[in-house]
Design a protein around this ligand. Structure first.
Ligand SMILES: Nc1ncnc2c1ncn2[C@@H]1O[C@H](COP(=O)(O)OP(=O)(O)OP(=O)(O)O)[C@@H](O)[C@H]1O
Length: 360
């Protein structure tokens, strides 16, 4: 058994179909909000505004699953991901993390020093492998840095640990003496994945982890992430605006719009039968690789833009762009409510609308 396997959640992993009991929750996000105070106008003369990047999010991340966070740019995906990583301290709400000993700790309430032991368990893979790797550090230094920060290994042990992790991500151990410029984009992302996994994390947040890569390399990296998940029982939160990547990789999907979750469902259900008009709008904007598969469904480009979160629309925040908006939508804010099975939607009319998915 390798060092990584020894500490992994393998065998305790959950599939998307398993019930959502407390025991399954690796991280339960509850009533989570994150606001930024920003200055407006030239030299801040436009005054200070509050941007509610994430508002009242409830989300359960289950052990061994891949949860996708999807939505247009500016919907709050990155901010939510950074709260889960505790790179941001949320303005309010809780992050109930189930430790390996079964006890639950609220990460949102911990100080910097109290968080330290959890930083090796919850890791991130960065978006852009070109800018996230320090060009002046060797691969050994880059990948070993988290091990040193957590005092997990030194000397030859450290080198062995790095060599083993490089092998796991498909890189030759002798590469550890080289600098990032000697590698292709795909290889650099493998180095980033090695750096994320070297501390044997339980939860990995990947924010647009493949969007900077060529399409041909993208599927190799996605396959690698899937293999590593299976091997080590990893849990992923995968942030992406790319629905095809989400459909390929994720067990469940949470759709975000203007800081809120508007729909959450098992991936196949969401793609075949969306229950929120925003999800349908996203799906219908997808390119159609094979129109015969999609019958008479037409590609409809997204209309308008995500509104300014500092001045959100009244009622349902999607109503100005919603093709089905009715009178009550501009005054009454819908709740995120169960819509049958293991799914939720935030629309007054989810029960009656007949929305279209993208599968045949
Ligand atoms: N540090 C910050 N200071 C001020 N506003 C911020 C900050 N970070 C994010 N925002 C604002 O919060 C909102 C949500 O941004 P966020 O980056 O989380 O969205 P996103 O869905 O991840 O978009 P993208 O895909 O473009 O990263 C946006 O309006 C953004 O301008």
């Amino acid at each position: 058994m390798t060092a990584l396997e020894e500490h992994s959640d393998k065998g305790r992993g959950a599939g998307s179909s398993r019930p959502d009991t407390d025991d399954e929750a690796l991280l339960a996000v509850r009533n989570l909000s994150m606001s930024f105070h920003v200055s407006r106008g030239f030299l801040g003369m436009g005054g200070r505004m509050t941007v509610n990047a994430v508002t009242d999010v409830d989300l359960t991340i289950r052990r061994g699953e891949t949860l996708g966070l999807v939505g247009e740019s500016g919907c709050g995906k990155t901010t939510l991901g950074r709260c889960v990583l505790r790179a941001y301290k949320p303005t309010s709400g809780t992050l109930a993390y189930r430790r390996e000993d079964g006890n639950v700790v609220d990460l949102a309430g911990l100080s910097r020093s109290e968080l330290h032991p959890y930083r090796r368990q919850i890791r991130t893979i960065f978006q852009d492998p070109n800018s996230s790797l320090n060009p002046r550090m060797t691969v050994l230094q880059i990948v070993a840095e988290p091990l040193l920060a957590h005092g997990l290994a030194k000397g030859d042990d450290l080198k062995d640990w790095v060599a083993e992790t490089l092998r796991l991500v498909g890189l030759r151990p002798e590469f550890m003496r080289r600098y990032p410029h000697a590698f292709s984009g795909g290889e650099r992302q493998r180095i980033g994945i090695a750096r994320a996994l070297i501390t044997q994390p339980r939860l990995v947040v990947a924010d647009e982890a493949v969007s900077a890569l060529d399409v041909s390399i993208r599927s190799q990296i996605l396959n690698l992430l899937e293999d590593l998940q299976e091997q080590f029982g990893l849990t992923y939160v995968f942030v992406s605006h790319d629905l095809s990547v989400i459909q390929h990789l994720c067990d469940r999907v949470a759709v975000m719009y203007l800081g809120r979750i508007v729909e959450e469902a098992v991936t196949d259900d969401l793609f075949s039968h969306p229950r929120h008009p925003y999800t349908e709008t996203l799906l219908r904007a997808l390119p159609l690789p094979d129109p015969r598969l999609r019958g008479a469904k037409k590609r409809i480009p997204l209309r308008g833009e995500v509104p300014d979160p500092a001045q959100p629309p009244s009622g349902c925040t999607f109503h100005p762009r919603c093709p089905y908006a009715a009178d009550r939508c501009d005054s009454e804010e819908p709740e995120l409510a169960p819509v049958g099975g293991d799914r939720t939607s935030r629309c007054h009319y989810s029960a009656t609308l007949d929305l279209m998915g993208v599968t045949a």
